[in-house]
Ligand binder design. Structure first.
Ligand code: IFM
Length: 449
């Protein structure tokens, strides 16, 4: 199999607002659920927060110059909803719009295609105060926010992703409580599923009402599930987890139906026409993928199933096969997940909106970061992408996660995913070896040897 990618394949990098911007409390920005959560003692490793993050808000020009130096073709970033609408709705904040307007202009000047994500988890706290994703009213607020962004930026950006990883922010935010807003409430979790789906549908309609030329889709974090053992209780747990993790959003958004297990539980929330609103003619699916998921039966968990910690595995896994997130390196799972999208969702256009790995990435004595493990990871995963292309998947882009080391949510700043190193004391950027690897990949449009 050759390593050459199709002509016009889009090589990009991704980030998100709360993880990189900083400037959380200036220029009229409202508070987000992550501002509150990270400032609540004990919620984030070392009690870190995104107040400064990488200070991208002030350094965006320099960051875009670094993108341009390697001829990055696209940049996926998210807009901070509370920076635009401090209360989540109502009057907009001109300074917030100005920031993204300047960012977009700078990208276009350097010939870098912007991919906007409207929601990457930093919900306005004001909206959380009235229930957040568990209150159906959010669908209207999100739709209005989407309309505003499309109206202001639709001429500059032709690809909009409505939501980033619904399964993550609903499961960890409303069920396991491990991420903002930190709830453990099955009822709210179940309502959040339906409201998230509806919000996507309404946002699609709002954006398309501004211009049918803007391409719209949702980014889903999907991964093949494996039972931790073949006992019937674990096999059953796998089916439950797989349904909630992989199908709760993709099936309604892309097929117009809820999986039976979920439908039974949320039937009372589904109003006439809801399924029609949810199931739009999406232009693409965005896939974020890192590893497969091992599932165990756990009656204490509100779903009766959860993903495992690796130390719960009957057999130890070779440490070399793990990243510093303790995630397994399994490129076959990437291939299988892409093919599952192709086969189950009628061969859609796919954007690979996130993939990458975290390692400690210390600077050596000469100040260099030789992240050979990341390069090896990327080579393996990109070969899986290539194989899926060969087998007919309509993949148009690949976005490495991430452009910069950043704030890894509840895990704080220790987990480094960037191809550019950030010194969180001085905020100095240092391209890692993988940055130069990526440059070569882009130049040759082929996986370097
Ligand atoms: O950092 C996150 C990102 O915000 C969403 N996808 C997974 C990444 C790594 O955990």
């Amino acid at each position: 199999m050759s390593n050459i990618f199709p002509k016009n394949f889009i090589w990009g990098a991704a980030t998100s607002s709360y993880q990189i911007e900083g400037a959380t409390n200036i220029d009229g920005k409202g508070k987000s659920i992550w501002d509150k959560f990270s400032h609540t003692k004990g919620k984030v490793a070392n009690n870190e927060n995104g107040d400064t993050a990488t200070d991208h808000y002030n350094r965006y020009k320099h960051d875009i110059a670094l993108m341009s130096d390697i001829r990055l073709r696209a940049y996926r970033f998210s807009i901070s909803w509370p920076r635009i609408l401090p209360n989540g709705k109502g009057k907009y904040n001109t300074k917030g719009l100005d920031f993204y307007s300047k960012l977009l202009d700078e990208l276009l000047k350097k010939n870098i295609k912007p991919f906007i994500t409207l929601y990457h988890w930093d919900l306005p706290q004001k909206i959380q105060d009235s229930g957040g994703w568990s209150n159906r009213d959010i669908t209207k607020y999100f739709s209005d926010y989407s309309y505003l962004i499309a109206k202001k930026f639709g001429d500059k950006c032709k690809n909009i992703i409505t939501l980033n990883e619904p399964a993550v922010f609903s499961t960890f935010g409303y069920l396991d409580g491990y991420m903002a807003p930190g709830l453990k409430n099955k009822k709210k979790y179940l309502s959040s599923i339906h409201n998230i789906n509806l919000a996507h549908g309404f946002a699609y309609k709002s954006i398309k009402s501004i211009s049918s030329k803007i391409k719209v889709g949702c980014t889903l974090n999907m991964a093949p599930c494996l039972a931790v053992s073949n006992s019937s209780k674990n096999e059953n747990a796998k089916i439950i987890y797989d349904t909630f993790w992989n199908r709760a959003y993709a099936d309604p958004m892309y097929l117009g139906i809820y999986p039976k297990i979920i439908e039974k539980k949320i039937q009372h929330l589904i109003k006439q026409n809801d399924m029609k609103i949810i199931n739009q003619k999406n232009d693409f699916i965005g896939l974020n993928h890192y590893q497969h998921i091992r599932v165990i039966c756990d009656r204490k968990n509100l779903l009766g199933a959860r993903s495992i910690n690796l130390n719960e595995l009957p057999k130890k896994i070779n440490k070399k096969k793990l990243t510093s997130m303790n995630w397994e390196i399994v490129p076959d799972a990437y291939y299988n997940q892409i093919m599952e999208l192709k086969n189950r969702y009628n061969n859609p256009i796919i954007h690979l909106t996130e993939n990458g790995c975290s390692y400690p990435d210390a600077q050596n004595k000469k100040g260099k970061i030789i992240d050979t493990k990341r390069i090896s990871f990327l080579k393996k995963y990109l070969k899986a992408v290539k194989k899926a292309l060969r087998d007919g998947a309509r993949i148009k882009s690949y976005f490495v996660w991430s452009l910069l080391d950043n704030f890894e949510w509840s895990l704080g700043y220790k987990k480094r995913f960037g191809i550019i190193h950030v010194n969180f004391k001085t905020l100095e950027r240092t391209p890692k070896k993988s940055y130069y690897f990526y440059a070569k990949l882009i130049k040759k449009n082929s996986i370097p040897k």
